[in-house]
Design a protein around this ligand. Structure first.
Ligand code: URP
Ligand code: ZN
Ligand code: ZN
Length: 472
């Protein structure tokens, strides 16, 4: 049945205007205007509400094996949490653990397809690179994967050397592929971690102390230089440092085709959180830094120097020995307690996929740091454009998928783990007073979240085959 959402205030990346939206039977937006009519259409009154495109989170890790455990949201529970937070599309990362990239992608589909409850796509991690891998990059395009992620950290595990990074950038450029960079200095980290452990420093704060902020700066500048030489485009994921932002800005000013993503956790939290008794909750890579880093990243957001906000959602239980209830079942998954005597054994990552829009609206829009349009640009439209899904995703336009959030700007919530649907036992924003909340969420025209009610279904999320994206 077609639907008309009427009397709402539409917020796009560039405009705010009152209009009705007609959604056709196929789940697409078919018209935007006034006094829209369609015989038999269901009418949904959005008076006093805002209408946003569904959020696009370009950075998640569901069901990711790590340190003998696995991230605690899978491709169903993570999608459900995303939807409750107003996000309707996510992009996850495929591990490169076979010689054949196609096999790696197939393995990720096997984990995701039957569970997916919102629309999704994949990036491909490149942790081994040779001629054979280079030849397979065009196969990824056939699979709808137009992005690779490389690492300058995790020596001996995920990192590839600079020579190979340059070659990846070249082959990416030849194929219209965007390269994503995890920017830290792996060599410095290797030495500092060894020294910290030898000196008996095992607590959570040492995770951050052994990963200096300058590592992000030097890695970004070095790889930006290689991208320039290769005429490749580059996207820096999970930006956490002031120096990294400065290097991004510098490189953009020099004409490098480079873009940046930050995540909510890097705007609010610092090393002090990691010094708390429950500091392991904040262990992720790259780590929390200082107030001055938080402020510089906010400034980049306010000035339009940062292109997207993702989450790097990679949750673990804080206490994986104590079960929590999830959809009527008790569940416990080993988590942060694995590192209680040694920070290097703490699984890296934290929950955020459901929190992103809620926190960024209150802290960004309500507090006057960014406009509602800038909020939509960074959380919905820009990720869709950069990652080759626009205007199908990230837009309120005739022809776009009807991924729509009816947002109640007046709703106040004292937020925390009781509200968020992330499958873990803690929330970083526990007790935060939020203003503005999704009231209804539609995925391709189907109502999947109605207030506190979950109407989504396992297996109903579609894999989005992406095309070449835009450099913003
Ligand atoms: O700690 C994190 N972020 N784990 C996920 C892997 C990554 O590097 O993004
Ligand atoms: Zn990373
Ligand atoms: Zn990540």
């Amino acid at each position: 049945m077609s639907k008309i959402i009427e009397n709402g205030m539409l917020i796009t990346a560039s405009e705010t205007f009152k209009a009705d939206i007609l959604i056709d039977d196929s789940g697409c937006i078919s018209a935007i205007g006034h006094n829209l009519d369609a015989p038999g259409a269901e009418r949904i009154d959005a008076t006093g509400k805002l209408i946003l495109p569904g959020g696009v989170d370009p950075h998640t890790h569901f069901d990711l094996p790590m340190f003998g455990t696995v991230s605690s949201d899978d491709h169903y529970t993570g999608h459900k949490a995303a939807a409750f937070g107003g996000t309707t599309t996510v992009i996850d990362f495929v591990n490169q653990d076979h010689d054949s990239l196609k096999k790696c992608v197939d393995a990720w589909h096997k984990k995701a397809d039957d569970k997916a409850a919102i629309d999704f796509s994949f990036h491909m991690n490149i942790v081994k690179f040779d001629e054979s891998v280079a030849k397979q990059i065009p196969d990824l395009l056939e699979e709808g994967i137009t992005t690779l992620k490389i690492f300058t950290a995790y020596n001996g595990v995920l990192r590839i050397d600079d020579n190979k990074i340059f070659k990846v950038l070249r082959v990416a450029a030849e194929n219209g592929v965007l390269t994503l960079l995890h920017a830290e200095n792996g060599d410095v980290i290797e030495t500092l971690v060894e020294e910290a452990l030898a000196e008996g420093h095992t607590s959570s704060e040492w995770h951050a102390l052994s990963r200096p902020a300058w590592g992000a700066g030097d890695a970004i500048l070095r790889v930006a230089g290689m991208a320039h030489a290769a005429d490749a485009s580059l996207y820096i994921v999970h930006m956490n440092t002031a120096i990294g932002v400065d290097m991004l800005k510098y490189s953009r000013e020099q004409g490098v085709k480079i873009m940046g993503e930050t995540c909510p956790q890097y705007l609010f939290f610092t090393l002090d959180n990691m010094r708390q008794p429950d500091g392991a909750k904040w262990i992720c890579s790259p780590p929390m830094r200082d107030k001055s880093d938080n402020e510089r990243i906010w400034q980049a957001i306010e000035r339009g120097e940062m292109q997207t906000i993702g989450t790097d959602h990679c949750p673990f239980f804080y206490d994986g020995t104590t079960p929590i209830e999830y959809e009527g079942e008790m569940i416990a998954i080993p988590g942060k307690e694995l590192g209680v005597d040694d920070f290097t054994k703490t699984p890296n990552g934290l929950p955020a996929v459901g929190d992103r829009l809620l926190v960024m609206w209150t802290e960004g829009v309500v507090k006057g740091r960014i406009s509602a349009n800038e909020f939509v640009a960074m959380n919905c439209t820009n990720p869709a454009k950069i990652f080759g899904m626009y205007p199908r995703k990230g837009a309120l336009l005739p022809g776009s998928d009807a991924d729509i959030v009816i947002w109640d700007p007046q709703r106040k919530v004292k937020y925390g783990v009781a509200h968020s649907h992330q499958r873990t036992d803690y929330n970083l924003f526990e007790g935060w007073e939020l203003m503005g909340y999704p009231e209804k969420v539609f995925l391709r025209g189907k109502l999947i979240v109605d207030g506190d009610k979950w109407l989504g279904e396992r297996g109903s999320g579609e894999f989005i085959k992406r095309k070449e994206g835009e450099v913003l």
